[in-house]
Design a protein around this ligand. Structure first.
Ligand SMILES: Nc1nc2c(c(=O)[nH]1)N[C@H]1C(S)=C(S)[C@@H](COP(=O)(O)OP(=O)(O)OC[C@H]3O[C@@H](n4cnc5c(=O)[nH]c(N)nc54)[C@H](O)[C@@H]3O)O[C@H]1N2
Ligand SMILES: Nc1nc2c(c(=O)[nH]1)N[C@H]1C(S)=C(S)[C@@H](COP(=O)(O)OP(=O)(O)OC[C@H]3O[C@@H](n4cnc5c(=O)[nH]c(N)nc54)[C@H](O)[C@@H]3O)O[C@H]1N2
Ligand SMILES: [Mo]
Length: 758
């Protein structure tokens, strides 16, 4: 049955307790239909994630090989619909609306105005953006960059949708200019995973391939909501489940898709949905270290009961270090304390340990519920400890799987978008291009905010993303951006970051993933690396919304030429004219990409990860157990730990609607999810408006008029949406070791709203 506009009334829609199903197909079809008309939308969808089509601009979950079946999801369809909108934001739009008046509009309204069509410039002192030619735009930015006392006074942000080719050229330009100030969305996202995995396994990437999921007999899903954020992963999980694989979820929220899921492309399943999770460990926010240590302690106990039957002693002896010290530390922790801190009953901890001890092959997956805490690096290290115990690294069907967010966030890092590049990378880059790249570490995302705030950085350049909204404490970030001499953004659609300007500002509109990219030598394709280190080509097929648009590659090349001028011997335009030439350079600089141009035309490239073959690139050549202190989670009386979440209808800072179907939230995003017992204890009522105040050191931040919504989550915890709750997150509260903001654990108090909202 083809989805139609009336399908909203089918009994399977919103509240059937099942995620996926008709409701999701209908929702995606409608999103596309509303923006592009169904015919064009359907055609575009069919070309997404196909052998010769473009890679989905949504998440980084890999596609099965060989590609064939239609692989798209509801949320991928929404991203595409927004790229493919018929609405346009051109110079006339900016002539009508001042920056100030635009800033008064909601983020959603800004996004819904459609695709940016021309480069625009806000001159110093002007109230409006105005049209500017590309050459002039590059010249303005170049002048600002050349006017700096040092290249370290500029920062160059990247969001993870940027292709490998654009990212490689961009970091080359920035390093040629002389700085490593390359903060990226990874700093806000999986940096904690990269740090912990590098320390323990000798490489920042995960160790599994998609094929491993077909072999695993236990999968942990820790701090991740794949039904919403990685819908294509649900196919993998459902298939694993049908084979008899055990799934253990660790999450303070009983996310619906983790409980029951109906595959939207398998009609027979859509009626009831299939159970997904075997064991749901409803951990308290921030309680993962305690929980993982408790499970490990039980695993050690099982080994004591039947020596030699649980631990992989050969692996521990041959491939790891630090086991003894770690074991002593884990055994010393009193179980009652671990139970209390994790909030998970002892019997369930035991059950998880027993399943783990029995499983032949275990994969641990995780995402933001793990990486965005003060103790986030410790969280990931404890996941690794648990895997190492039973040799679940470097063999088929087992391993560590950080599930990445943006579709090319991992590839951008591989290409050198990193403020702390490795020496070997810089040496190869310098040798290839005949210069000495700067070796001093640059600024990460938090560092960039602090440096702008303190007047140490005067130019902000953003290749994609929405820095002003995605970062913590928008008021602080906005004030920091406003201190700049110049801010510039390469973007597809209008967003708040364009309206929080430095003294002068530019918006440079670019092609989107789904659009034909024709350069001087003809049509181009780009490459993307998914969450499992598979590199594939992506080729847009739709006509661009405006002839003025340039590709990200062309924009970077234009800026590099204008800034470095005749002083740069690099053939920037030649590189941008034919992306094969960029790929030739990538192939020479980055290990694993040898023969890229030939290989990518034949299929995909799988990048080497030493840990897959138990070649751990740590100083001792072994995987490392690590001892981690449990975080202090104590709160003052009346305080709660607040975590921030994505709804089912948003992509990061782009909000598609005010509904969050799977969590039963409709028509409002300024909500505070609380356990019913906490609502009663705080003397509140469901539906009541409240003010929420966060505490960090002596800093207090308040958001007003949030609506109380009872939800199934542990006592003492609360949840609210990103980005509405970002005003509660302090800039200087970040993870130890990775400096990722603590978006997932903020101490807050709640009280009835001082004044009615709206
Ligand atoms: N449709 C859609 N897809 C997306 C995105 C999107 O916004 N929309 N964003 C993309 C990006 S950039 C990323 S990084 C990923 C994000 O994907 P996810 O990490 O799945 O997204 P989040 O909503 O941030 O929340 C993760 C989960 O962590 C849980 N959690 C919160 N606190 C804790 C805790 O203390 N411990 C544990 N164990 N769990 C906790 C929450 O309940 C939630 O289920 O998705 C990517 N894909
Ligand atoms: N409270 C809270 N805050 C968070 C998080 C959280 O869980 N809680 N998560 C964090 C995480 S994981 C991440 S990754 C960051 C995300 O931070 P960002 O990556 O900076 O933000 P996005 O919202 O993904 O960026 C959206 C903008 O990108 C532009 N865009 C879209 N497609 C393209 C394209 O193809 N090219 C270009 N050049 N531009 C394009 C559009 O103009 C759009 O407005 O947010 C972080 N912030
Ligand atoms: Mo992310």
């Amino acid at each position: 049955m083809a989805p139609t506009e009336d399908d909203e009334t089918t009994p399977l829609a919103p509240d059937d307790g099942v995620a996926g199903g008709f409701a999701s197909i209908v929702s995606s079809a409608r999103a596309v239909a509303a923006k592009v008309g169904l015919a064009g939308g359907a055609r575009a969808l069919l070309q997404m994630n196909q052998a010769r089509g473009f890679d989905c601009p949504g998440c980084a979950w890999p596609d099965p090989e060989p590609r064939g079946a239609i692989e798209f999801c509801e949320n991928g369809a929404k991203h595409l619909a927004h790229e493919a909108t018929r609405r346009r934001v051109g110079p006339d739009f900016f002539a009508r609306r001042s920056v100030e008046s635009l800033a008064a509009e909601s983020d959603r309204w800004l996004e819904e105005q459609g695709r940016l069509t021309h480069p625009v410039w806000r001159p110093e002192g002007a109230s409006h953006y105005q049209a500017i030619s590309w050459d002039e735009a590059f010249a303005r930015i170049a002048a600002a960059l050349r006017g700096l006392a040092s290249p370290d006074e500029a920062v160059f942000y990247t969001s993870g949708r940027t292709s490998n080719e654009a990212a490689f050229l961009y970091q080359l330009f920035v390093r040629r200019l002389g700085t490593n100030n390359l903060p990226d969305c990874s700093n806000l996202c999986h940096e904690s995973s990269g740090v912990a995995l590098s320390e323990t396994l000798g490489g920042g990437k995960g160790t599994v391939d998609l094929d491993d999921f077909a072999l695993a007999d236990l999968i942990f899903l820790i701090g991740q909501n794949p039904g919403t954020n990685h819908p294509r992963m649900m196919t993998t999980l459902r298939d694993a489940k049908r084979r008899g694989c055990t799934i253990i979820a660790v999450n303070p929220l009983r996310e619906r898709a983790l409980v029951r899921f109906a595959h939207p492309q398998h009609p027979l399943e859509m009626l009831r949905g299939a159970p997904i999770t075997d064991l749901f460990l409803q951990v308290r926010v921030g309680g993962d270290v305690a929980l993982l240590q408790a499970i490990a302690q039980e695993v050690l106990r099982l080994e004591d009961e039947a020596p030699g039957s649980v631990l992989d002693r050969d692996f521990l002896r041959e491939h790891t270090e630090g086991f003894e010290a770690w074991r002593e530390a884990v055994r010393a922790a009193p179980m009652e304390v671990l139970v209390a801190e994790s909030g998970v009953p002892h019997a369930e901890i035991r059950a998880a340990a027993e399943r783990y001890a029995r499983a032949e092959r275990t994969i641990a997956c995780w995402a933001m519920g793990v990486t965005q805490h003060r103790h986030a690096v410790a969280n990931v290290r404890e996941i690794v400890n648990l895997l190492l115990l039973r040799g679940n690294v470097g063999r088929p069907g087992a391993g560590a799987c950080p599930v990445r967010g943006h579709s090319n966030v991992q590839g951008d890092r591989t290409m050198g978008i990193w403020e702390r590049p490795r020496h070997e990378f810089l040496a190869r880059l310098g040798a290839e291009f005949g210069f000495t790249p700067p070796s001093r570490h640059g600024l990460d995302a938090v560092g960039a905010i602090e440096a702008m705030r303190d007047g140490r950085v005067h130019v902000f350049f953003g290749l994609g993303g929405n820095f002003a909204v995605a970062t913590p404490d928008p008021a602080a970030t906005e004030a920091a951006l406003r201190r700049c001499r110049l801010t510039a953004h390469v973007s597809t659609t209008l967003n708040r970051s364009h309206l929080v300007t430095g003294r002068e500002a530019l918006i440079l509109p670019c092609l989107a993933r789904s659009e034909c990219d024709v350069q001087r030598t003809g049509p181009q394709f780009v490459t993307i690396e998914d969450s499992m280190a598979v590199v594939r080509r992506s080729e847009g097929t739709r006509p661009p919304p405006s002839p003025e648009l340039r590709s990200e590659v062309a924009i970077v090349a234009g800026l590099a030429r204008a800034t470095l001028g005749s002083g740069s011997p690099l053939p920037w335009e030649e590189l941008a004219a034919d992306y094969d030439r960029i790929r030739e350079r990538i192939a020479r600089v980055i290990p694993g990409f040898e023969g890229l141009n030939e290989r990518i035309r034949l299929g995909t490239l799988v990048l080497p990860r030493g840990a897959r073959t138990r070649h751990f690139e740590t100083p001792g050549g072994r995987a490392r157990f690590s001892v981690n202190a449990r975080p202090a989670l104590d709160l003052a009386p009346g305080e709660l730990w607040l975590t921030t979440l994505r709804s089912h209808d948003q992509f990061n800072t782009t909000v598609y609607s005010d509904d969050d179907r799977y969590r039963g939230v409709f028509g409002d995003r300024r909500v505070l999810l609380l356990a019913p017992t906490d609502i009663a204890e705080l003397g509140l009522e469901a539906g009541q408006r409240v003010d929420v105040t966060s505490r960090f050191r002596d800093e207090r931040r308040t958001v007003r008029g949030f609506r109380v919504k009872p939800h199934d989550l542990p006592r003492g915890n609360a949840a609210a949406y990103y980005p509405e709750a970002n005003a509660l997150v302090p800039v200087s509260s970040f993870a130890e070791g990775s400096r990722t903001p603590t978006y997932k654990s903020v101490a807050v108090t709640v009280r009835p709203a001082a004044a009615p909202a709206e």
